[in-house]
Every structure is written in structure tokens, then in C-alpha cells.
Design a binder for this molecule. Structure first.
Ligand SMILES: [Mg+2]
Length: 243
């Protein structure tokens, strides 16, 4: 077998790039976490690095994120070959092709009113609406984290088609049935990913499904804090890998 490159921490080996598919989370992995999702900054050298990497990987470069695909297009225009958005709820397998949406249930109508009530009762909490759910961000007011969790857990308990996910200083209510792990599996079934070894990098609880899926497919899954320290560490490693 060809030479494998050691990853930071020496815990995992990276297959040669011509046999690798690189599947990357966005926030906290490629981009530094910002006070709100709209405040993130894309470093210019990251754009260069991803462009180079995509070439070296024979296009096998994908972003797997909780954000809608349109936001990935706005932040990294034309850079990944494929994008999975909304935690695997929607996947665009080929650039410029229509995105394929996993059929998911809509949350009960009263849930959004409940989310709005929670926001008004906990000043500083931010409501982010998603197509099939919503997120309550409590980054600015961490003391409310537990109370929000209790309220949302009570909602989700009554509707088993939905799950409550912990994210970074946020709680997300979304349907089960699609996650970042199902996105990894779906991407790896098609060219240019097919036949390569998936290497997934993510920073968050929601990335653990993808890490498991990548490892189950014979590849590697890595958590940013353990392997790279932070997003700057990931960017530096990607730049070295692309060089
Ligand atoms: Mg992340």
C-alpha cells in the first residue's frame, strides 16, 4: 500500500489523496465559531486551500453541515463538489444539479409558537428557523441552556419522529431519519466519492453520526478538539496537505 500520511496527533493515518474523499463540517471545523451564524468570516487562504485540495482529490471534496445549502454556496462559492445541508436533510451530489431533499415531517404548528415564547421569556436567546425544525441559540446567555433543554425535551418526547440535538451552545429540534451519518453514506455511493476512503472532520455532537459512518466505511472520522485543537488547526493541516 502506498505511503500513508500521519494526521495530527498521529492517531489516524490519511490515505493517499487519490484514494481519499474529504468530507468536512463547516462551522467550528473550517470556520471559527462566531457570535451568530451570520457573523462567520471565510479566510482567503481557506478558499485557496480548498480549491487546491479539490483538484488533488479528483473532486472528492464535500461539505456536510447543519446550514442550508444556499448558505454554503454563499460562503464557499464553487469550492466543494457536493454539499449536504440541514444535517443530511438535503444533498446536492453534483455542482449546479438540483438538491435532493430527504422527505421529512414538518414539526407540529404549535412548536414554533412555543419556541417564540421561550425566546421572549429568555432574553438573549436566538431563534433560528429551519425548514423542518428550529434551533434555539443560547451562546450569549448560557445560564438559560438547561431551562431551554427541559422545555424542548418535553415537546420532542410527545412526537417521536423528532429528535432534540445538542449543538454548540444551541439546541436543535429536527426530524430523525436524516443526519450527518446518512449524508456520509449517501455521498460515498456516487462518483467522485465512490471507491474512495471517507475522511470526515467535525467539531460537534451532531458530527458524531458522520464520524461513525466514515469509520464504518473503512475511513476515518475526527473531532476537531481532539485532533486539531481548533478550526485554525484544521485549516493549517489542510493547507499542508494541499501543498
Ligand atoms: Mg460544526
Amino acid at each position: 500500500m502506498a505511503a500513508f500520511a500521519a494526521l495530527p496527533g498521529d492517531a489516524v493515518l490519511l490515505p493517499p489523496l487519490e484514494r481519499t474523499a474529504l468530507l468536512l463540517d463547516l462551522d467550528g471545523t473550517l470556520l471559527d465559531i462566531a457570535p451568530t451564524p451570520g457573523d462567520v468570516v471565510v479566510p482567503p487562504d481557506l478558499v485557496q486551500t480548498l480549491g487546491r485540495l479539490r483538484g488533488a482529490l479528483g473532486d472528492a471534496l464535500a461539505i456536510i453541515t447543519g446550514r442550508p445549502i444556499e448558505q454554503v454556496d454563499a460562503l464557499l462559492p464553487g469550492l466543494p463538489y457536493a454539499v449536504a445541508g440541514e444535517h443530511g436533510g438535503v444533498i446536492r451530489h453534483v455542482p449546479d444539479a438540483p438538491a435532493e431533499r430527504v422527505v421529512l415531517p414538518d414539526p407540529p404548528a404549535c412548536w414554533l409558537a412555543e419556541a417564540e415564547r421561550l425566546v421572549s421569556e429568555h432574553p438573549g436567546v436566538l431563534l433560528e428557523r429551519k425548514r423542518h425544525g428550529f434551533v434555539l441559540h443560547y451562546r450569549a446567555v448560557p445560564q438559560f441552556g438547561e431551562a431551554l433543554h427541559a422545555a424542548l425535551a418535553a415537546l420532542v418526547e410527545a412526537e417521536p419522529r423528532f429528535v432534540l440535538m445538542a449543538a454548540r451552545k444551541a439546541w436543535e429540534v429536527r426530524p430523525g431519519g436524516a443526519d450527518k451519518g446518512t449524508a456520509v453514506t449517501a455521498l460515498m455511493r456516487r462518483p467522485p466519492f465512490l471507491g474512495r476512503l471517507p475522511v470526515f472532520i467535525g467539531d460537534d455532537v451532531t458530527d458524531e453520526d458522520a464520524i461513525r459512518a466514515a469509520r464504518a466505511a473503512g475511513g476515518a472520522g475526527m473531532l476537531v478538539p481532539e485532533q486539531f485543537g481548533d478550526a485554525a488547526g484544521v485549516r493549517a493541516w489542510l493547507a499542508r496537505t494541499a501543498a
